[in-house]
Design a protein around this ligand. Structure first.
Ligand code: PLP
Length: 416
């Protein structure tokens, strides 16, 4: 009952907001940052699998998914898990990293990234980013290296290929460090004709509901190194599946998200879905994880129904990424017209613009109402902190602090 009351209050709020926007001649359904690649065919698959409980432990779809992802990505090996964060934990396991080791990470990241290292007992050392592509600044890495340093994690944020990609790898090689690539925002982005994630020792991708492709929750780890592949396989083989209740909720979230965030009449279909199934909504990052604690269920692998949806998403990913690049031209023009700097595209790279990042004055990030009013879209605010979205400062990461205060994002996909 309290849940139903909360849902009704939420719906009332949505409809008042819709009415207000309608009266103000603002868009009632601005493009969503969530689940932008879910379509009717994904919903049909979710419905199909809800009626095939007996097949939920099937492994065939997983083998197919791993093969298809590896082939599409140009990687030798791929394994899927319940989150990019778990894929990262699998990589850490495969690299045999543990207590006493240190990892260098960007001071502008998602909290689940440092968590994966902490859960393995590894010390995290933060290094600042550059403000061209929000990647690690190669010039600041070497001073962070100690005899305990074993690995550098670089990331390609927002769908951009990071500016110092080659330089970071060169430094890591010189000091005999592993390189992990966080490609959670950049599935499909390319550098010199090759997908990102193939120049380091291992990489992970995310199919969480706000990312480039979507299985509600999910992630893939890849490597071209046979030894690391063996370690990924051993982590994968011991990983449990989510329980049936969770799988059922995940499948319901495919439908919920489609109706709430993507359906052409989502202004009311979303609320109907909430009313029917709002109690099944899944959050990606729990309070526990925000506080740096490991949830009891952490470490699961992807079940067959989600692998099947992942396969369907992969069939569409190139077309969606092409659309994201086309959308970026619109934001390029907006930047030119309004006196803002466009994102930096590294020579030889093909970005995919999960989100289009722009640095604005801090007031414009604090109060984002101008988005719907002036541009007809809701403004994204990734990231709102150094370890997004957990609060807290990281010292000596000045560019990261600027990005926290000033980086806003435009959606990569608009309604067609
Ligand atoms: C989302 C995200 C992750 C983690 O991916 P999940 O699939 O949510 O576990 C890692 N790094 C970055 C930069 C992200 O945005």
């Amino acid at each position: 009952m309290p849940h139903l009351l909360k849902t009704i209050a939420k719906i009332g709020y949505h409809q008042l907001k819709n009415l207000n926007r309608f009266i103000q001649k603002q868009p009632v359904m601005p493009p969503s940052f969530n689940s932008a690649t879910l379509d009717e065919d994904d919903v049909a698959l979710a419905k199909l699998w809800l009626n095939q409980k007996g097949k939920w432990e099937s492994t065939e779809e997983l083998e197919q998914y791993h093969r298809m992802f590896a082939t599409w990505n140009g990687s030798a090996h791929a394994y899927s898990f319940m989150g990019g964060r778990v894929a990262l934990s699998a990589i850490i396991h495969a690299m045999k990293l543990g207590p006493g080791d240190e990892a260098i990470l960007p001071g502008y990241t998602c909290v689940v990234v440092p968590n994966a290292f902490k859960f393995a007992g590894i010390k995290t050392v933060y290094s600042d980013i550059e403000l061209d592509t929000y990647g690690l600044d190669a010039a600041q890495i070497e001073e962070k290296i100690t005899p305990q340093t074993k690995v550098v994690l670089l990331h390609h944020l927002y769908g951009l290929v990071c500016r110092d990609y080659l330089e970071i790898i060169k430094i890591a090689r010189k000091h005999n460090l592993y390189v992990i690539e966080d490609c959670a925002h950049s599935t499909g982005a390319e550098f010199n004709g090759r997908k990102v994630g193939n120049l380091g020792d291992a990489a992970f991708y995310s199919s969480e509901q706000s990312k480039v492709f979507n299985t509600i929750q999910g992630g893939v780890a890849v490597t071209n190194n046979p030894e690391i592949a063996q370690g990924l396989k051993s982590y994968y083989e011991q990983a449990p599946l989510p329980d049936n209740h969770k799988i059922e909720n995940l499948l319901h979230n495919v439908m919920l998200n489609y109706y709430r965030f993507k359906h052409p009449q989502r202004w009311w279909r979303g609320d109907l879905a909430l009313l029917l199934n709002g109690n099944k909504i899944i959050v990606s990052t729990t309070e526990e994880e925000l506080n740096g604690r490991k949830p009891s269920y952490y470490g699961e692998k992807l079940p067959a129904p989600l692998a099947q949806i992942g396969l369907n998403q992969l069939k569409k990913i190139d077309a969606y990424n092409l659309r994201r690049r086309q959308t970026s031209l619109k934001w390029d023009a907006w930047c030119a017209a309004n006196g803002y700097q466009k994102p930096h595209i590294v020579a030889g790279s093909t970005p995919i613009f999960l989100r289009y990042p722009v640095l604005v004055q801090p007031e414009k990030k604090k109060n984002i109402q101008w988005g719907v009013k002036d541009v007809g879209i809701e403004i994204g605010v990734w990231f709102v902190s150094h370890r997004h979205p957990a609060p807290g400062i990281i010292e000596n990461c000045e560019n990261s602090a600027i990005a926290v205060q000033q980086c806003i994002n435009f959606p990569g996909l608009l309604d067609t």
